[in-house]
Design a binder for this molecule. Structure first.
Ligand code: KG4
Ligand code: ZN
Length: 340
């Protein structure tokens, strides 16, 4: 019989200090997330230096809590995993240093994990039947990637954003209509009261690249709309703006992503990343996939936004392959998917 593999995973690439224990890649024994959102709200976005300092303050605490809730000691853990990129260098360094220190002190193997690989792997946790190959749309604050997952840890990026990430567009539009940070969940909520057909914002296509995305034109179009209302002295219905903007993003994402699923002849599709927790987006993909006979997978909202359980899930498959890291592991802020 195979021995169980329990991984203590650490995530600190942006503004969440997180630690989790995951058994055999799919069973979450604990998932502790300390969100710094309240701290950064004041500034309208993540302040890297403040994030790093808070990570230092919280990292040992979340690790101890993760082990405690899993009813495990470090001795019972099989390996230590940590996000080493992409992300903010200071915040990444805090997690990487903590993981290296633990690995050095205990002799446990160390596994460096790609943050986006973690987001994709969040799908394995609640969907025990999900196995590659499948197409995954990764939509977060920093990334918008369309990826074919050919096998565990084997990725082909077939589409990406040419400018803003989807989450970034949500955050910028939210700021423009006075909703504050973080914008995504606020637009999601306000959109429920608005008409998604009220304003026709553009759906951008990238010439010659059917799976690529561009959101900067959409963002500008929303800003122009707000400006022109102000110039004319007309009031703005913020809920209609939010719903119409959100619909434009979702239309583009569904069309490009499900076009790829069709073209690649794969019958499985998954979403990942913070924007994947958007309620209208989840509904749209569920409906479209059902119509087209595609099996649709999505993590629960808590596993869409940054967490360490997803890092533990990804690390399991790296561990199985023997892809371990050494003490030279360092933070790589612009690490590319598929690169080690
Ligand atoms: O994956 P994530 O937690 O961090 C990154 O790796 O970037 O994603 C954060 C992004 C933010 O831009 C946030 O506004 C967006 O995800 N987001 C949402 C929702 N929840 C978070 N966007 C739309 N609707 C949501 N419900
Ligand atoms: Zn993320």
């Amino acid at each position: 019989m195979c021995e169980d593999v329990s991984i203590l995973a650490i995530e600190s690439s942006c503004d969440e200090t997180a630690a989790a224990v995951v058994k055999n890649g799919r069973e979450v024994k604990s998932n502790i997330i300390f969100s710094q959102i309240e701290l950064h709200k004041l500034y309208g976005g993540v302040v890297p230096e403040i994030a790093s300092r808070k990570h230092i303050e919280k990292i040992n605490q979340v690790i101890e809590q993760a082990l405690g809730e899993a009813h495990m000691t470090l001795r019972e853990v099989t390996a230590i995993a940590v996000t080493y990129g992409p992300g903010l260098v200071g915040p990444l360094l805090v997690g990487v240093s903590a993981a290296k220190a633990l690995s050095f002190a205990t002799g446990l193997p160390l596994i460096g994990v790609h943050h986006i690989e973690g987001h994709i792997s969040a799908n394995y946790i609640e969907n025990r039947d999900l196995e590659p190959p499948f197409v995954c749309l990764v939509v977060s604050g920093g990334h918008t990637h369309l990826v074919v997952v050919w096998d565990y840890g084997e990725y082909e990026i077939i589409g990406r954003t040419r400018d803003d990430a989807a989450g970034e567009a949500f955050d910028k539009v939210a700021r423009a209509i006075g909703l504050g940070y973080p914008g995504g969940p606020k637009i999601d909520r306000l959109s429920r009261e608005g008409d998604p057909e009220a304003i026709r914002f553009p759906r951008a296509k990238v010439e010659g690249a059917a799976y690529d995305f561009s959101f900067s034109g959409l963002k500008s179009s929303v800003l122009n709309y707000l400006n022109s209302c102000e110039m004319k002295g007309e009031g703005v219905n913020r809920a209609d703006v939010a719903a119409s903007f959100q619909k434009a993003v979702i239309d583009v994402l569904t069309e490009h992503a499900l076009g790829a699923v069709r073209d690649y002849g794969l019958a499985k599709f998954a979403i990942a990343g913070g924007v994947a927790s958007n309620s209208a987006l989840r509904r749209a993909f569920a409906e479209e996939c059902a119509k087209r006979g595609i099996a649709f997978y999505h993590p629960s909202p808590l596993l869409c936004t940054d967490n360490a359980a997803m890092i533990g899930a990804a690390a399991y498959y790296e561990y199985k392959k023997g892809a371990l890291s050494g003490m030279e592991l360092n933070a790589v802020p612009n690490l590319r998917l598929g690169e080690r």
